[in-house]
Design a protein around this ligand. Sequence first.
Ligand code: ATP
Length: 233
Amino acid sequence: MLSIKNVNTYYGNIQALKDVSIKVPEGEIVSILGSNGAGKTTTMKTITGMLKPKSGNVTFLDEDVTFLEPHQLVEKGIALVPEGREILGGMSVLENLEMGAFHRKDKEVKNDIEKVMDRFPILRERKNQLGGTLSGGQQQMLAIARALMSKPKLLLLDEPSMGLAPLVVQDIFRIIREINKEGTTVLLVEQNARQALKVAHTAYVLETGKVVKSGLTSEMINDSSIKEAYLGH
Ligand code: ATP
C-alpha cells in the first residue's frame, strides 16, 4: 500500500534520513522502532508531505506522492496522529472531531462523529469539554478519533503511548488492533518496543537515520540484539 524507497531527508545540512526504505502492505500493522533522534518523526513527516526528501520517493496505492502537500495526502487516505497529539486545546471535543473531517464534502460526517463516539464513549461523555482540559489518555483517544474522521486507508501513529499510564497504553494498543482488524492499515512509530513488536506484523529498526534491521516481529522479538537494545534484557 505504502512504499518509501531510498529516501534521504535533510534539515538544512543535517541529514536525518539516510537511504530509508520501508514497505507497508495493505491490511497490516507495521512498526518503526528507534530511540530518541533516530529519525522516526522525520519518516512520518516525509510520508505526510510535511518534509520533502532530497532524493528517493514515496508511493501510495501505486501513485508517486513524494511531492504532494499534506492536505492532498489526507484526501488520498493517509491520516496522521501526531507526536504529542496536537489537540486543539481551545476547541471542544466535538469541534476537534469536525476538524478531522475538514476536507470531506459528503453528508456522512455527522453520522461518522456518532460512530467514532461509539468507539470512544468517553468522547461522547466529554463532547462539549475543551480539548485542552482532557487527560493525556483522553487526548490520545481524541487524536485517534480525529484522524479516523478523515476516513483513512492508512493510519500513521507517532508515539501513541508517550506519557501514558500502563493501563491506558494497553487500551490504546487494543484500539489500534481493532481499527486494523476493521480494515485500516497502520504504520506506528514507537519507543515502547515491547508493545510495538506485540501489535505489529512486521517492524523496522531505525538508528541515526538508517534502517538497521527489519523483519517479522515474531522473529525480532527473539533477536538478541533487539532484546538487548530495546527490550531491556
Ligand atoms: P524522538 O522520539 O525523540 O522524537 P525521532 O526518532 O522521532 O526521535 P526525529 O525527530 O525524526 O527523531 O529526528 C531525527 C534527527 O533529526 C535528530 O538528530 C534531530 O535532532 C534532527 N532534527 C529533527 N528536527 C529537526 C529540525 N527541525 N532541525 C534540525 N534538526 C532536526
